[in-house]
Design a protein around this ligand. Structure first.
Ligand SMILES: N[C@@H](CCC(=O)N[C@@H](CS)C(=O)NCC(=O)O)C(=O)O
Length: 201
């Protein structure tokens, strides 16, 4: 399996899961501005959508979209502690959390990285995102991980996007439970390994 990634981008979630699963994997860095990979390939030929993550799962098959790749990897590894079995109510709750991370957090941060976005637009986006972060903080006041007492695939994703909050100007002291969650997540050996692989520490 080969993951196409950009350091610190949402592809980090997939990278973390690969390491948590103890999978053998390769990674290749993508320059998102030029759409070239580190080996000089045209990334648009790999993922015509032009964004990371893209996971080459072999036999000429490529998978994209964070939520889907995370579910594929956990299902394939039969890692039901990381993602409940398909068809169970617990699975739908896990998907509910993944969707919240994807659509409310991940895509909430997007405009804040957009240089063309005017400052007053950014302020409105930040206000909305702060509400979502407040919700997450109250969830984390009651549980160690975003889906309960143990690490699941949604944590790989939540940790990845929450890393962006201090860089986009949020004062994280507002959300002490998120802060301790980030410290807890950051101390996981798989997370440490992957941050080093992406040159982030
Ligand atoms: N819908 C995609 C979005 C992925 C995405 O937003 N990727 C960003 C990095 S976090 C990216 O590669 N952006 C570059 C671009 O869109 O040109 C997913 O959920 O995986």
């Amino acid at each position: 399996m080969k993951l196409y990634y950009s350091p610190g981008a949402c592809s980090l979630a997939v990278h973390i899961l690969l390491a948590e699963l103890g999978k053998k994997y390769e990674v290749e860095k993508v320059d998102l501005a030029s759409k070239k990979t580190a080996s000089g390939a045209d990334f648009l030929m790999i993922n015509p959508k032009g964004y990371v993550p893209a996971l080459d799962i072999g036999r000429g098959q490529m998978l994209t979209e964070v939520q889907v790749i995370l579910q594929y990897l956990a299902d394939k590894a039969k890692a039901t502690t990381l993602l409940p079995k398909a068809g169970t109510l617990a699975r739908y709750h896990a998907m509910e959390t993944l969707n919240f991370v994807s659509t409310e957090l991940h895509k909430g941060f997007g405009p804040l990285f957009n240089r063309a976005m005017p400052e007053d637009g950014k302020a409105a986006v930040k206000e909305r995102l702060a509400q979502r972060l407040g919700h997450l903080d109250s969830m984390l006041a009651k549980s160690t991980y975003v889906n309960g007492k143990s690490f699941t695939v949604a944590d790989a994703y939540a940790y990845t996007v929450l890393r962006w909050a201090p860089y986009t100007g949020f004062d994280m002291n507002r959300w002490p439970h998120i802060q301790s969650y980030m410290a807890r997540m950051g101390a996981r050996p798989a997370v440490q390994k992957v941050l080093a692989e992406e040159g982030l520490k």
